[in-house]
Design a protein around this ligand. Sequence first.
Ligand code: FMN
Length: 182
Amino acid sequence: MNETLKTISQRYSCRAYDGHLPEKEKLEAIALAAVQSPSAMNRQPWQIIVITNKSLIEEMDAEGMRILAEAEDKTTYERFMNRGGSVFYNAPCMYLILKQPGTDMDVGIVSENITLAATSLGLDSVICGMASIPFNGPKGDEFKKKVGFLDGWEFGVAVLVGIGKTKGKPHTPDISKIRYVE
Ligand SMILES: Cc1cc2nc3c(=O)[nH]c(=O)nc-3n(C[C@H](O)[C@H](O)[C@H](O)COP(=O)(O)O)c2cc1C
């Protein structure tokens, strides 16, 4: 197996971080991988905001959990309580991907480039759709200002990156989902 295929096979969603910030060079290499993603008509409809401000990540995490706790349906809240009571799992770094309307496919590719780059550098990561919660809540405008959300841009998705407290396992690939027409 070559290095790229090995990296793909090793990636898994990490949901417990030791909180230590990876080296700046690694964070920059991951950001570069993000903007090397392909995009429809090479429009590159993204902005990548690398957030390493610990207190800001914690503040958004607490607000996310507060919003989930207040929701009528407690299922999601309970799921995150069972995972340690945090939506961001003590991750020291969040790659926030902003998008232009209607560019989910492009954003998805960026998030995968980020997770694979992180894996290739020995780091752990998880794509985090839940990061939209604090930005869409009552303190959303405050958080958008703090991270420098640009006018006309929307939340795409986020990727949390750091060092796993314990290492998880990649999911077992379901090869029954593959068919060949020859
Ligand atoms: C668009 C998208 C959003 C996701 N959002 C979250 C999230 O908010 N929190 C989380 O813990 N995992 C999130 N995940 C990770 C998935 O749960 C995970 O990829 C899936 O369970 C398969 O596990 P694996 O990544 O370890 O193979 C997200 C994945 C994708 C692709």
